[in-house]
Ligand binder design. Structure first.
Ligand SMILES: *Cc1c(COP(=O)(O)O)cnc(C)c1O
Length: 347
């Protein structure tokens, strides 16, 4: 029985071509900047984002932290969404490691923050207050239904930031899902931010790694912060090689994941006892709720697991499912069949 793992797009495995590229990669010591494969990946990433320079880091979490440490000093403040990954799921790293203060404001269901909320969170000059330094955005927004933020919205945040002398960082762990869903060039997003981080290891399916992009000066300082965090890697071309393939071949296929997510959501909408707002499904992430009293999230998760389907429950009645490379339309149909069976067996 094939295991259908819908917990996350982080479970994706590298393609055969990626494995071959890893085996054959030309290597050197990247702390000495002598790994030609890492250099090639970083050059490609900088070109794709329209930024001057890029830096390979070990994870999205490290990428975000390296950027925050580069933008902010101790006692300075970051404005970010209360449902952002950086706030919820990164061990409070900016505070723990950097002495940097997170100032959360509400994320709307579409992943945006109201400009008026951002504006009123910006501190004035007062001895009691930390200095506001940075605004962080997340695109696509993981907790907010995987919604892609429009480049127009990002532009409006950039204008406000510029007026107030603030920087903007983008947690673009899944920015390529936004690129594909909205059909706009990556540069339409990156041009509105001072730094961005994107994951190679999620929808793009490489085993390890994220990339941070910004100006040459920013990346030079980010390199020091990466070293501080223990992220100076040596023959890192091993992980950069599949990244180069990912940026070349794995972006346009994300449309397939989006189609499968939609198919799954539409199927779930027809199962009595489950509820989903199909209009929220824009990329590869769907959330649905159990409406019936007959089954708990834990019971449903266990029943699915017995059928070889892995799902993530994110609350007592809520599930998140993520489509990705390795999940096809047949897997979606099987998942719907099993869900139907489970929900129709009442009591
Ligand atoms: C996964 C994710 C990250 C962190 O990436 P890791 O590689 O798991 O550390 C950051 N931001 C968002 C929105 C994510 O979904």
């Amino acid at each position: 029985m094939k295991i259908i793992d819908l917990r996350s797009d982080t479970v994706t495995l590298p393609s055969d071509e990626m494995r071959e590229a890893m085996a054959g990669a030309e290597l050197g010591d990247d702390v000495f900047r002598e790994d030609p494969t890492v250099n090639r990946l970083q050059k490609t990433a900088a070109e794709l984002t329209g930024k001057e320079a890029a830096l390979l880091v070990s994870s999205g979490t490290m990428g975000n932290l390296v950027c925050v440490l580069t933008h902010c000093g101790r006692g300075e403040e970051v404005i970010l969404g209360d449902k952002s990954h950086m706030f919820l799921n990164e061990c409070g790293s900016m505070a723990t490691v950097g002495g940097i203060h997170p100032h959360t404001i509400p994320n709307q269901p579409d992943g945006t923050m109201y400009l008026k909320d951002i504006e009123s969170a910006i501190r004035g000059d007062n001895d009691h207050w930390p200095h506001t330094k940075l605004i962080c955005l997340e695109n696509t927004h993981n907790r907010c239904f995987g919604t892609p933020l429009s480049s127009e919205y990002m532009a409006s945040v950039a204008v406000l930031a510029r007026e107030r002398g603030l920087r903007v960082h983008l947690d673009g762990a899944r920015i390529f899902n936004a690129v594909v869903a909205l059909g706009v060039d990556l540069k339409e997003f990156s041009r509105h931010v001072d730094s961005l981080s994107f994951c190679l290891s999620k929808g793009l399916s490489t085993p390890v790694g994220s990339v941070v992009c910004g100006t040459r000066d920013f990346i030079a300082e980010a390199r020091r912060n990466r070293k501080l965090l223990g992220g100076g890697m040596r023959q890192a071309g091993i992980i950069a090689a599949p990244g180069i393939i990912a940026l070349d071949k794995m972006i346009t296929r994300l449309a397939e994941d989006h189609e499968n997510a939609r198919r799954l959501a539409e199927g779930i909408a027809n199962i009595s006892g489950l509820s989903i707002d199909v209009s929220t499904v824009r990329t590869n992430i769907i959330y649905f709720d159990i409406e019936t009293e007959h089954i708990t999230a834990e019971q449903l998760r266990n029943r699915l697991e017995r059928e070889g389907i892995k799902a993530l429950s994110t609350g007592p009645r809520r599930f998140r499912l993520v489509t990705h490379y390795g999940i096809d339309a047949e897997d979606i149909d099987r998942t719907l069949t099993v869900l139907n069976e489970i929900l129709s067996q009442k009591g």
